[in-house]
Design a protein around this ligand. Structure first.
Ligand SMILES: Cc1ncc(COP(=O)(O)O)c(C=O)c1O
Ligand SMILES: [Zn+2]
Length: 420
């Protein structure tokens, strides 16, 4: 059965009005965000665990649950990242069962954004678009640039001018046109909306956003499958625009709806932000229904520095309704989190990963997450891109001449007898 038969159109998340599949992202009646609508009854008949597990590992083994009409033409190898049993980090945090979903090693640009971009650019091609772009806090820029290069699409990428060097470099290297904008991410995003509307280009997180955001569900599908087709009790997830956390939960709900997991979803969703840009965690903690935008984000965790998150309202509601909560941590705690993860599990996550580990610790210490329940932590990006954040916290290596005596003096082994 062609994939197009499962994707019925777009639907307003506020009023439910239906729209045809097209590059639009908001409802003309109430400006509510649009979401992809599926025929789950038909999907239920077409899907089985056997069918999925026979396919190659990777996000596209769940293709019926993703919003393309045809096969993916961009990024068919994305996803399928490891779910790691993290016993040493569990010991350090004082918990019994801990897993890391490690998207720091996603293909091709080492973040979960490769998932959303694979969907968005495949969809852009279905729409016949030749030019694509994005507003980005870094990882999205890397992924759009790399995957557009592979697809032979023209790219325009706008980022805040003060982004980490590695994130700008890791975009320009693919030949993408990168424009640094002297302003916040929210200002960059507004400019992209104007450009997308005026020129009809495919901005993955603007006019392609309903399709793009669905790609994040694949992280949730993989977590459930790798746990043996079941859901964890807790998921801790970093938040910027607030889409990923909602899509992981939506993935679990869909697996139950289409009959791939029998038990209903009871997973509690926990959100992580940096104290220097915490609109969503502040919204949850203060009991406000809607977030208060942060005008001037100020944190080393630039990838999560979105002051006015598009999905903030839905993310906050989900955390409250699922029984979870949100927290935010200081830059020093973020660095500690990055080092703890690296030194217990050998996983070098970026600042967003440090944020997620540190928030997990805080929520455990507050007694909100019980220590004897099963937790999955989402590590969504790679530390090699944000080395500046931890550079000063790492000792310089010692230097010696190529001499055994100097080595023994340094290692405190002087005068030890030889073994043989
Ligand atoms: C590494 C990393 N983790 C998490 C996120 C948050 O994703 P979302 O914007 O869907 O909340 C981002 C977004 O840019 C990111 O770059
Ligand atoms: Zn509407």
């Amino acid at each position: 059965m062609p994939n197009a038969d499962f994707v019925t159109g777009l639907k307003c998340r506020l009023c439910g009005k239906l729209y045809p599949k097209s590059p639009i992202n908001f409802c003309t009646d109430d400006f509510g965000p649009l979401e992809v609508d599926y025929d789950y009854a038909r999907m239920r008949l077409a899907l089985s665990r056997e069918k999925i597990t026979k396919r190659p590992r990777g996000m596209w083994r769940y293709r019926e649950l993703l919003p393309l009409d045809g096969d993916p033409t961009v990024g068919p190898q994305v996803g399928g990242t490891p779910l790691i049993r993290a016993d040493r980090l569990a010991d350090a945090l004082g918990v019994e069962q801990l897993w890391i979903k490690n998207d720091a090693v996603n293909f091709p640009t080492l973040s979960f954004k490769d998932r959303v971009v694979s969907v968005a650019l495949s969809k852009a091609r279905e729409f016949g678009m030749r030019t694509v772009g994005c507003a980005s806090t870094g990882n999205l820029a890397n992924s759009v640039a790399a995957q557009a290069a592979q697809a032979g699409l023209e790219t325009i990428i706008l980022v805040p001018a003060d982004l980490e060097r590695a994130k700008i470099f890791g975009t320009a290297v693919y030949g993408a046109k990168v424009i640094g904008v002297t302003g916040t991410y929210d200002e960059v995003n507004r400019l992209c909306t104007q450009i997308a509307l005026k020129y009809g280009w495919g901005f993955v997180n603007v006019n392609l956003r309903p399709f793009y955001a669905e790609g994040s569900k694949s992280m949730g599908f993989e977590i459930a499958e790798d746990l043996g087709w079941r859901f964890p009790q807790h998921v801790v997830c970093p938040m910027a625009g607030g889409a990923l956390i909602g899509k992981i939960h939506k993935a679990f709900t869909e697996l139950n709806t289409v009959g791939l997991v029998d038990t209903p979803v009871t997973t509690k969703m926990w959100g992580a932000q940096a104290a220097g840009c915490n609109p969503i965690s502040d919204c949850v903690k203060s009991g406000r229904e809607r977030h208060k935008p942060v005008r001037k984000p100020n944190t080393i965790c630039k990838s999560l520095a979105i002051g006015d998150p598009a999905d903030g309202y839905f993310a906050a509601r989900l955390m409250r309704e699922s029984g979870g909560w949100a927290e935010d941590v200081t830059d020093d705690e973020i660095i500690e989190g990055m080092l703890l993860l690296a030194r217990t599990e050998g996983v070098f996550g970026e600042t967003a990963g440090g944020t997620t580990v540190a928030v997990t610790r805080k929520l455990l210490d507050q007694g909100r997450i019980p220590r004897d329940e099963e937790i999955v932590i989402c590590i969504t990006g790679n530390g090699l891109k944000t080395q500046d954040a931890v550079f000063d916290a790492i000792e310089e290596p010692a230097e010696i001449k190529p001499s055994l005596m100097e080595f023994e003096a340094l290692a405190g082994l002087a005068g030890e007898p030889a073994l043989a």
